[in-house]
Design a protein around this ligand. Structure first.
Ligand code: GLA
Length: 383
């Protein structure tokens, strides 16, 4: 994360509140493969990235908590005695949600002041919200010596998202942001919430994110709807989650459910298997095979799970047409955000020029490009 940003957040805190704060850095995440598998208790391979949120926090000397969103120049004060979600409250609900979920555990915290800022694009599917939630719960845990484990902290962040932001997300984003490692990705088992480290040798290739710069308004309701469909089918199959179902099991149900729901569940079953195939490909250094799996995931998300959009599809089509790209797919919840691409380093420049031009021609707007590195999970900033 940008060291200038960290300095700026710290000095702004001192200026506003006349106290030395604790500084927390909390990264965003990418997901190599395993999309919409987390709430089906399946597998995914996310990684924390070198873009995220920096939060400065310290005890307040008044009865109120004051929170400043540095990048938006917005300030919000509230009392810990009466926490409620705010309709269309945006970032405020992440703060309130984390506080409320801590209080629900019977833990008492005192008033605090907080300033946060970031170098992670908002709404790009890089989990800026998970990074923010984790930074707040981590900061409060430090400040008031709450003794929460990292696992308890990510559960608090996830519940804040469910109950205050209204998105019934899985655990992947919060997990990757909290537990990320500097030199690789994590093979995450979303049932046990345990992971093992995976290092990947990209050789002459490199990861490139392309941001559509759109987030369609149906994304949140569609996300919750997908989750409901998966849970309904799991219960019809008499299994705990779709992770426990096979294609054969699902076929038995075919006449009882709609064609759309059948394809959605089938996507999840295939995607879970793809993650396991991806692990093998990565371990055997078969980058081309890994890339193909990414294209398959995109097709599944587009045609079976139906969470893509024209902007994402165009970016993936352009990648497919270019021999310098060995794999690409939409990433995250869908309906906007970024695509993840594996591109030959030597062709990076020409690829981005071609894509930029095509995107502008089709949609009359710009897409953005980010090369990223892996980074460690939520942590205190060293001085
Ligand atoms: C969002 C959610 C995650 C996960 C992804 C899709 O990022 O927050 O829990 O479900 O979508 O894989």
């Amino acid at each position: 994360m940008n060291p200038i940003l960290t300095k700026h957040i710290k000095s702004r805190f001192i200026k506003e509140f006349s106290h030395e704060p604790i500084i927390i850095k909390s990264p965003g995440r990418i997901n190599l493969i395993g999309e919409h598998t987390d709430y089906n208790e399946g597998f995914a391979i996310p990684a924390a990235i070198n873009k995220g949120i920096v939060t400065a926090i310290q005890k307040s000397t008044t009865d109120l908590c004051t929170v400043i969103a540095n990048d938006l120049s917005e300030t919000y004060s509230f009392s810990l005695k009466k926490i409620q979600s705010i309709q269309n409250g945006g970032w405020k609900n992440y703060v309130l949600g984390v506080v409320a979920e801590i209080q629900k555990k019977g833990i008492t915290i005192k008033p605090f002041n907080l300033i946060f800022g970031g170098d992670i694009p908002i709404g790009a599917g890089l989990s800026s919200s998970a990074a923010l939630e984790n930074s707040i719960v981590f900061g409060l845990n430090e400040l008031f010596s709450l003794g929460l484990s990292k696992k308890e902290m990510i559960q608090i962040s996830q519940k804040a998202e469910h109950n205050y932001a209204g998105v019934k997300c899985g655990i992947m984003d919060q997990y990757a942001s909290m537990f990320g490692i500097e030199n690789g990705a994590l093979l995450l088992d979303c049932r046990t919430t345990e992971s093992s480290n995976i290092s990947i040798n990209f050789n002459e290739y490199q990861l490139l994110l392309i941001n559509t710069n759109v987030k369609h308004s149906l994304s949140e309701s569609a996300y919750n709807n997908r989750r409901r469909v998966c849970e309904k089918i799991a219960s019809l199959l008499n299994v705990k989650a779709l992770r426990d179902a096979s294609e054969e099991d699902l076929k038995q149900l075919k006449i009882k459910i709609s064609e759309e729901d059948y394809h959605k569940a089938l996507y999840v079953i295939y995607e879970n298997n793809r993650v396991l195939k991806a692990v093998k490909a990565i371990k055997n250094n078969k980058l081309l095979d890994f890339g193909k799996l990414l294209y398959e995931t995109h097709e599944g998300l587009q045609k079976k799970y139906m969470v893509s959009c024209h902007e994402l599809d165009l970016l993936v089509d352009k990648a497919k047409q270019n021999p310098a790209v060995i794999g690409a797919r939409m990433m995250g919840g869908g309906f906007g955000g970024c695509t993840l691409n594996i591109v030959k380093k030597s062709e990076l420049n020409s690829f981005t020029i071609t894509v930029e031009k095509a995107y502008k021609e089709h949609f009359n707007k710009h897409c953005s490009f980010y090369t990223i590195e892996f980074s460690k999970g939520t942590h205190l900033a060293e001085e």
